[in-house]
Design a binder for this molecule. Structure first.
Ligand code: COA
Ligand code: ZN
Length: 308
């Protein structure tokens, strides 16, 4: 496996779905343009879920038709069911993510189905996307803990991941939806997953920084050989169905860590900081990420950079 890291940006979806204020479509598109300019190559653009469940992303159909044309960028969209698949297809999407969890309690609250029911619902969706040649991701949320029932056995998350891979996904993404995981758990989950036959390049991690452990968890994931990590520019978002899920790992914090560690990736720190300032201003929030506040660091002068 190469050492290059893929940064999978979730701000436009996971970030904006959680914002109370309605964000104009043009603002979302400008945010995505800035992410593309910053070098992000995988940008989860929106969700084709029920607009009653997530009104913030009710403009998904138009948004997808107006995404910046950039052949090197993949724009996955979240799809919960066949209705969502039909909408995504009509809008011109070319990549999707289905989402379930390690635990029934969370999926019941999130999508009104048990894990088993969700996998049944995804079957025709993933099959259709496969016929169309789309890239497909499967999320396993609550892989480190459930907000309603507590601790989660890694094997529970792994068995859901294996089912998703059997249904055709290219990649599974283990989510720490409520930000309770710590590095030893990441190491253990990765080892158990590969032992169960999942390839390292089929694994992605989605960490929330709720308790300040997200970057430490990334380091553990890197050490275990995983090369795909999710993050949200400006650290915006979380999940409205997971109490206390505030704090996606900020893309700028991840980029700084990778840069200073000599790990190759595609993203420019100063341009991500521009995008972070743009979107936090648009949603009316302070830029709270560590690197957003301190700036990057120029080792030749000792001075911060990109602080705006
Ligand atoms: N797109 C648009 N509308 C949809 C839809 C979709 N993909 N799926 C269902 N709907 C509509 C139905 O038409 C129906 O509308 P109506 O009340 O006007 O008749 C309504 O939503 C309910 O449909 P139903 O099939 O009974 O679904 P549900 O109420 O059990 O909801 C989900 C299931 C999955 C559609 C819904 O829970 C959902 O969209 N959840 C999203 C959760 C999410 O995105 N969480 C954040 C990610 S972590
Ligand atoms: Zn998230």
């Amino acid at each position: 496996m190469g050492d290059r890291v893929r940064i999978y940006e979730v701000g436009p979806r996971d970030g904006l779905q959680n914002e109370a204020s309605a964000i104009p479509l043009d603002t979302k598109l400008e945010f995505i343009e800035r992410l593309v300019a910053a070098g992000l190559r995988e940008i989860e653009a929106t969700s084709f879920v029920s607009p009653k469940a997530i009104p913030q992303l009710g403009d998904a159909d138009e948004l997808v038709t107006r995404l910046p044309a950039a052949s090197w960028v993949r724009y996955p969209v979240l799809v919960p069911n066949e209705r969502g698949m039909a909408r995504a297809e009509a809008a011109g999407a070319k990549a999707l993510a289905v989402f379930t969890a390690a635990t029934d309690a969370f999926t019941q609250h999130n999508i009104g189905m048990t894990v088993a029911e969700s996998l049944t619902a995804f079957e025709p969706v993933l099959q259709r996307a496969g016929e169309l040649g789309w890239w497909r991701r499967g999320y396993v949320s609550t892989a480190f803990g459930d907000p309603y029932t507590g601790a989660v056995d890694p094997h529970q998350a792994i068995s859901v991941a294996i089912r998703l891979l059997e249904l055709g996904v290219d990649e599974v993404c283990f989510g720490d939806t409520i930000g309770v995981g710590v590095p030893v758990q990441v190491t253990a989950l990765t080892a158990a997953a590969t032992k169960a036959g999942i390839e390292l390049d089929q694994i992605a991690y989605h960490f929330h920084d709720t308790r300040g452990t997200a970057l430490a968890n990334v380091v553990a994931g890197l050490g275990a050989g995983v090369r795909t990590f999710d993050s949200s520019t400006g650290g915006i978002g979380g999940c409205p169905y997971a109490p206390g899920a505030a704090g996606n790992l900020a893309t700028e914090d991840l980029v700084y860590l990778l840069d200073e560690s000599g790990v190759e990736h595609d993203v420019d720190l100063e341009l991500v900081l521009d995008a972070a300032r743009f979107i936090t201003a648009a949603v009316g929030r302070r830029l709270a990420s560590k690197v957003g506040q301190a700036g990057g660091w120029d080792a030749s002068t000792g001075k911060p950079v990109g602080r705006g």
